[in-house]
Each structure stands twice: as C-alpha cells, then as structure tokens.
Design a protein around this ligand. Structure first.
Ligand code: AMP
Ligand code: MG
Length: 358
C-alpha cells in the first residue's frame, strides 16, 4: 500500500516580490503556515511600513475563524457541525445569512451539474476517508458495496431543503464543504486586503488568489503541477491583475491499494472515486473590481468576488467529475477558463485559456 498527501501544491506560485523590505510607506512581506488544514503561502506589499506581520496574522486569523466558526465538519461548535447535528430534526436549523448564501450557490451548481458536484456527499466522503488514508494507509480498507449503498441513501442535494433561512436535512446526511472552503477563504482575503495590501498573492493548497498589479509591471506566474510528477510543472499561467486560480487533481490526496489509486473526488452516480478520464482540472476566473454585482440570496448579497472565489474552487471539483465535454460547457456558462490534463497526459483547454498560458 502506498499513500500520498498533497504536500506539494497543485499550483505553484513563484514568489516574485523581493521579500522583506520596507520603503516609501510599504512593507514587502512573505509567510507560510498551516491554515484550514493546508499549507498557506503568502507574499504581499502591505500599506504602511512595518505592517506586514499584522496583515499576515490577520490573514491567518481569517482562515482560522472560517474553519472553526463556520466550515469545518470536524470542529464540534462550527456552524456546519451544528447543521450536521440537526440532520433529521423536523424543526431544521437556522442558518447564518452568509452560510445560507454559500449553500444556495452550491445547490445551484449541483442542479447545473445534475449532482456531479454535491456538498451533501459527506457520509460518502467520511466512509471513504481518503484524507486520513492519505496520511496513514496501514489500516485502510476499501468500503464494501453495501457500505457505499447505505452511505448513498443519505446523500443527495435534492434532499437538502432551505426555506425561510432554515435548512432541513434527512437523518444521517452530512454536509462537506471540502470542495469550496479554500475558495471561500480566498474571497475573504480579497475583502481584507482591500484596506491593507497594495498587491500580493496567496496560495492555499490547490487554490490561489493573485491580487492587484505589481508596481514593476511584471505578471504573476502560476505553475500548474504535472499530475504524473514527471516534470514539476505542465504549464505556466501568466496573469496580470486579480484572479482566482484553482486546481483539483487525483494526485492531491489518494491511497493506492493493490496498484489501484483511490482518490478524494467522489462520483455520486457510482459511489466510487470519479473516473472521468481526467487527472487534473484548473480554473481561472478574473475578478473585476468594477463589477460589484453579485448573487442575492435571502437578504445577504454575495459580492462578485465572493461568488467567484467559491465558484473557482467548486468548478474544478465539478468538472473533474463531469468529464471533459460537459466540463467545457459548464466553464463557458460560468465565464471560467479551464485547462484539463487527461489521464494520458494530454492537455485540453478553453479558447480563452490560451491568453494566459506561457
Ligand atoms: P477539491 O480538492 O477542491 O476538488 O475538493 C475535494 C473535496 O471535496 C474532497 O476531499 C471532499 O471533501 C469533497 N468532495 C469529494 N467529492 C465531491 C463531489 N463530487 N462534490 C462536492 N464535493 C466533493
Ligand atoms: Mg474545489
């Protein structure tokens, strides 16, 4: 048995800002830490000499707050954990406006993908437990068809009902925000940095935010990892301005049993890791600072940058399961550019992606 946890990032940003300098009322700063269960690397030019460390601490704080107060299903008191604990209760669960907006957007994507993307698969992801197996595979066993059948019985986005700011779930259903958490985190950083950062980049696992324009005029370089590992990078993106870039890949978290790779992106139509012929999907979405319109869900207005942060992360997971043909259609629908690496190592991309690929 072999295991692998994606310690190498699916996306590789070259840290182009010459670090740790203070001048003219700015400070260049870089940092790395484990936040939201992944390595977060940051490099930015902060407003105000000596402010770099404060910005870095508050960036980490934003991630920790999101994880512990809202998104993690493993932290007892988080909103998602309390929502999951309410499964089967007739009176449902009162959602915060922010979480309600995220859930609504996820459900919209489930409808658009006919369930290829589905945050209600938590019982199935818990059963497969690939995250843990990728760290320690010694006692791993592949779930039996009966176990998979039982888990699938309590999954299904159409069974999650949101009505009057309350969520109603059948007993046993588990919401898993693993496919969107990093994207939500990056959109929060985008908001935080409006006041504190002139330009910068942050990489959280397979998701990256490039923020603003560098003073020197150079573009951001984002390398897309080669899923086969034969070379470190299969393509490099050159980006100018603010973008979300996200990658989902079968090499990020997996366990190998008897030569078969079981990875972490699951297909609800089979109950098994998705086999769509794809090794990785990368999505690029430009954030237009002038476009402040967003989705109105209930009373809560998600800004354009929040919608796109979540979408960039969600779309790669969705397209990974949907496969190439339907994936290209979905990317077009959401104004995302995508690059797919097929299992045989060949690459296909949307027309608009060519402008970014070096
Ligand atoms: P990502 O690496 O962003 O593609 O997200 C993968 C994570 O999302 C997994 O580790 C699971 O927690 C969760 N997940 C797995 N399969 C799906 C799916 N089909 N739809 C939504 N979330 C999923
Ligand atoms: Mg994702």
């Amino acid at each position: 048995m072999r295991n692998k946890l994606g310690v190498c990032c699916a996306l590789i940003v070259s840290i182009l800002i010459t670090m740790t300098g203070c001048s003219m009322g700015y400070e260049d700063y870089s940092g790395a830490a484990t936040v939201m269960g992944t390595i977060v690397q940051c490099s930015f030019r902060a407003y105000g000499a000596g402010n770099g460390e404060n910005v870095w601490l508050s960036t980490q704080g934003t991630g920790n707050e999101l994880e512990y107060q809202m998104l993690s299903r493993r932290v007892d008191d988080s909103e998602i954990a309390r929502l999951n604990a309410s499964a089967g209760n007739e009176e449902g669960f009162e959602l915060s406006q922010e979480l309600e907006a995220y859930l609504e957007l996820c459900l919209e994507l489930s409808e658009q993908t006919m369930g290829a993307f589905d945050i209600t698969l938590g019982a199935l992801t818990q059963l497969w437990n690939i995250d843990e197996a990728a760290v320690d595979s010694d006692n791993y066993h592949i779930p039996s068809p009966e176990e998979i059948e039982n888990a699938l019985d309590v999954c299904g986005y159409e069974k999650l009902v949101i009505n009057n700011h309350r969520a109603y779930m059948p007993a046993g259903m588990v919401i898993d925000m693993g496919a969107v958490g990093k994207g939500i985190f990056l959109s929060r950083i985008y908001d935080d940095w409006q006041q504190t950062v002139r330009y910068g980049v942050v990489a959280a696992g397979g998701s990256i935010l490039t923020y603003g324009y560098k003073d020197g005029g150079q573009r951001w370089n984002v390398g897309i990892a080669d899923p086969s590992g034969e070379q470190s990078v299969i393509a490099t993106l050159k980006l100018e301005g603010t973008y979300y870039v996200s990658t989902s890949g079968d090499y990020e978290r997996y366990v190998e049993v008897d030569g078969v790779r079981y990875h972490h992106i699951l297909d609800a139509s089979t109950g098994y890791p998705s086999e769509s012929g794809i090794s990785s999907v990368t999505a690029v979405i430009k954030v237009d600072a002038n476009n402040t319109s967003g989705n109105t869900n209930g009373n809560y207005i998600m800004s354009n940058s929040m919608v796109n942060g979540l979408l960039s992360d969600a779309l790669t997971t969705a397209i990974f399961v949907l496969g190439e043909k339907e994936g290209l259609r979905l990317a077009h629908q959401y104004d995302a550019e995508i690059l797919i690496v097929r299992n045989d190592g060949t690459v296909v991309m949307t027309d608009g992606m060519h402008q970014y690929v070096d």
